[in-house]
Every structure is written in C-alpha cells, then in structure tokens.
Design a protein around this ligand. Structure first.
Ligand SMILES: NC(=O)c1ccc[n+]([C@@H]2O[C@H](COP(=O)([O-])OP(=O)(O)OC[C@H]3O[C@@H](n4cnc5c(N)ncnc54)[C@H](O)[C@@H]3O)[C@@H](O)[C@H]2O)c1
Length: 440
C-alpha cells in the first residue's frame, strides 16, 4: 500500500514514520521547504523519543520519503492523510485554512480513486467541507474522479508519540463508504495483531470524539487543580486526595495530578474550539468555560506564591534572580506552545526579576520564541546558581532528586516552588529550604 501524509509536524512525521515501519510506502509532504530539506538529510525537526532512529531506518529501507510537492505523489497513492496544523483563529475556532488548502491541491491534481483522511483535529463538519472543496475543483477541471473522505483523529501524546502510535488504546475511523472502510481496515491491520482496537464510526462522531476526549482530559486537570487550591485552604493534601479518589475504578488513577496548569498544542486550542462550535449553535459549554478559566488562573499560581513569599509585594521581585526548571509544556518534548513557563517568564520579567532557565531539550525552542530575555543555563544547577528562588515548572525526570547540598551551596535564597509536586518537600525543609507545592 502507498500513502501520502500531508503536514510533517508532530503528528504527520510520527504517522508517516510509523506506517512506513509497518511496511507501507509513505511520502511525507510539507510546504516548509527547509523542513523537507533537513528531513531529506536525516535531520529531525522535533524531539520525540525513538523517532529519529525510526526515520533513519525507514528512509534507508526506501519506504519513507519527503517532498514539498503533493501533486507529484497524489496519483501514486491509495490514501492521503491530512495532518496539517489547525491553530485557533482569533475567535477560538479552529482555523481550517491549511486543511482546505490541502483539499484544493488534491482536487486540482487528482486522477484516480483515493481516500482523503483528515488526521488533524477539526470541528464536526470539516470532512464534508473537504469533500465539497475537492469536488468543486474536480468539477472545474471537468473530470469525473471517485474519492472518499474519512476522519481519523490522532490521540498520540507528545513525548510518547511513537509508542502511542504503534500501540494505540484505540484507532477511531469515521467513514461513509464500505470501500473506504475496507482500505482503512487494511492499512491499520498490522497495528491490530494483538487486539483489535479499530473503532469505525460515522464521520461527525469521529470528529467529535477527538474534541470530547481532549476536553475530558483537560476537565480532569482543571478539576484537580481546583480541588488542590481548596486543599490548601482547608489543610488537606491533594496527593492523598488523588490516591483516595483515583482508586475508585469509576474514576481511575490517570490524569488526576494537580500542577501549574496545562499547556501544549492541543488541550487549550481544542477546548476553545469546542466552546466556539457550541456557541455558534447557541449552546453554552459551561463546564468547559470553567475548565479554561481555572487553567488560565492556575498558570499564575507559582507567581502568586512567590509574591506572597515576598510579603505580597511584587516590587520586591525587582532584581531578584529566579531560576526556572523546565520550559516545555510537559516532559519528553521541546514543544512550548501555551506552556505555563511562558506566562511565568513574562510575569517575572515584568516585575523586574532576572530569570535563569534550564530545560533538557526546549532551550533552542525557548530562544526561538523569546530570544535573549532570559539567561540560558547549561544545566539545572547553573540555573539555580545565585538564585533567590527556584520554580519547578516541568516534571522532567532529572529534576526529581536534585542534589540538595549543591542547591544549598549554589542558591542565594531558600525558596523552592514545586509546580508539579515531584520534589521531596520534607527533605528540602529539613535541609533549611522553604518549600511550597500545589495543593498541600
Ligand atoms: N501535537 C500533538 O500532540 C497532536 C496530537 C493529536 C492531534 N494533533 C492535531 O494534529 C494536527 C497537526 O498538529 P501538529 O502538532 O503535528 O502540527 P505542526 O504545527 O507540528 O505541523 C503542521 C505541519 O503542517 C505543515 N503545513 C501547513 N500547511 C500545509 C500544506 N498546505 N501542505 C503541506 N504541509 C502544510 C506545516 O508546515 C507544519 O510542518 C493539528 O490539528 C493538531 O491539533 C496534534
């Protein structure tokens, strides 16, 4: 089988690479010439565990190719995946510009039957728009070519993307023809050897499943953050509460961790988009509005704790040196889209503090985003060196057991703010630090 994957970002590159690993001949397409040029040289534009090895292996085997020209490959494939970005528009709705651009290109060049599969996260009704655009282009050319559209939302997690794609909890495919269903079932067959986790639905349901899933996960996080903030007021410990409720099988243990807010390329924009879709139809998504509000506020929590420490006087932050451990929105990725670190950096700089940062992989990405407004450090202890306070923002493994003697020796102040509840507070307090975390 031959496929093309359009959009070679986190989702497209992982999708294309994993299909090629299963024996499919894949061409990844992107409009970004520099990205494609780099990939053709074996340079991977993102950090994702295990991805680089797989890309190199499958390029070498001749199953994985990269190009900027969709028109060159469109008539040599059975399926085209569209995995381009769907960033939020100004009003919060998903911007479908790139998705529809791809549909136009397909319609302009298609000469044989294919299935056009949308993998990007798109609002209900998008596959139908894609179909209309392709058909209009075909009509304009005066050609009669059969094609199907399908929806195959992606559930991979950045930082674990290859594993998630290779062993998915489920694969959701929305189809409207038996021919497309059969082709998609064949494509995913190698992933279903151990157990069949392929769920076929109608197209609107597949499109909705992705938004509902991300909104549910974001809701769990905001709910736990709300509970954590209340725990602080009533003298309870959110970690104990988490264990106590997570052991109820109806609730489950995952995604119940309090912290300094969720970020990333998906939750914030997908929650916004679902609220907007509903609002356009005259229905207010009250729960999700609260989820967003709690999250925006939670990104300020570490800053508020810092200001409280200095007598609730933000002017005290002037000339203080604050170390930030972690920049990426979560561990095992260099993605900083909507990361809480960005909010904190802005607030700290605005208050006149000097900010020293360290992240195992997101330093370049941070520099690309905010330039030299902060001091980039080569390791976590260099960031702590001379700092008045330390904020742990991303729960990278290497931050879990810091050398306390080194911290005592290097830090000027004694305040540690743990935004992910991963440090041993008792040990730090015994050593003389003032330790604060979330929900305790
Ligand atoms: N990142 C994730 O963890 C994740 C997970 C599940 C779903 N999604 C969804 O998948 C989609 C893609 O997300 P991403 O994080 O991979 O985005 P990304 O920004 O990393 O990549 C998108 C790519 O599409 C390319 N592109 C744009 N227009 C194009 C065109 N007309 N032709 C060819 N290429 C084009 C861009 O140059 C870019 O390389 C989004 O809808 C997102 O919501 C993302």
């Amino acid at each position: 089988m031959k496929i093309a994957v359009v959009g070679t970002g986190y989702v497209g590159l992982v999708t294309g690479t994993c299909f090629s690993e299963m024996g499919v001949r894949v061409t990844c397409v992107d409009v970004d010439e520099r990205k494609i040029e780099a990939l053709n040289k074996g340079i991977i534009p993102i950090y994702e565990p295990g991805l680089e090895t797989l890309v190199h292996k499958n390029m070498k085997s001749g199953r994985l190719h990269f190009t900027t020209s969709l028109e060159d490959v469109i008539n040599d494939v059975d399926i085209v995946f569209s995995a381009v970005g769907t960033p939020p528009d100004e009003d919060g709705s998903a911007d479908l510009k790139y998705v529809l651009d791809v549909a136009h290109t397909i319609g302009k060049h298609l000469n044989h039957y294919i299935v056009v599969v949308t993998k990007s996260t798109v609002p209900v009704g998008t596959a139908s728009k894609v179909k209309t655009v392709i058909q209009q282009e075909l009509n304009q050319r005066g050609v009669d070519v059969e094609f199907d559209v399908a929806s195959n939302p992606e559930f991979l997690k950045e930082g674990n993307a290859v594993k998630d794609f290779m062993s998915p909890d489920r694969v959701v495919v929305g189809v409207e023809s038996e021919r497309a269903r059969k082709l998609m079932a064949r494509l995913y067959k190698p992933f279903m050897i151990v157990s069949d986790r392929l769920i076929f639905t109608d197209i609107p349901s597949a499109e909705m499943i992705k938004y509902a899933a991300n909104s549910m996960l974001a809701t769990r996080i905001s709910f736990m953050n709300d509970i954590a903030n209340l725990c602080e007021l009533v003298g309870a410990d959110v970690n104990m509460v988490r264990k106590g409720i997570g052991s109820d099988t109806r609730i489950g243990k995952k995604f119940l961790y309090a912290g300094c807010g969720y970020g990333g390329s998906c939750f914030p924009k997908d929650v916004k988009a679902l609220i907007k879709t509903a609002a356009d139809l005259g229905y207010p998504m009250r729960v999700l509005q609260a989820v967003e509000e709690v999250n925006a506020d939670q990104k300020l929590v570490l800053y508020r704790k810092l200001v409280d420490y200095y007598g609730r006087d933000k002017s005290q932050l002037k000339d203080k040196v604050i170390a930030l451990w972690g920049l990426a929105f979560k561990p095992e990725t260099d993605d900083m889209r909507e990361a809480p670190s960005l909010v904190l950096i802005d607030l700290l700089l605005e208050a006149g503090a000097t900010v020293k940062v360290y992240d195992p992989v997101a330093m370049e990405e941070c520099r690309r985003r905010i330039g030299d407004r902060v001091t980039y450090c080569t390791d976590m202890y260099q960031a702590a060196d001379g700092s008045d306070a330390l904020m742990l923002v991303t729960e990278w493994k290497e931050f879990r057991m810091p050398n306390i003697d080194t911290l005592l020796h290097k830090m000027r102040g004694r305040l540690i703010l743990d935004g992910r509840n991963i440090l041993d507070g008792e040990e730090l307090k015994l050593a003389g630090f003032e330790y604060h975390c979330i929900g305790k």
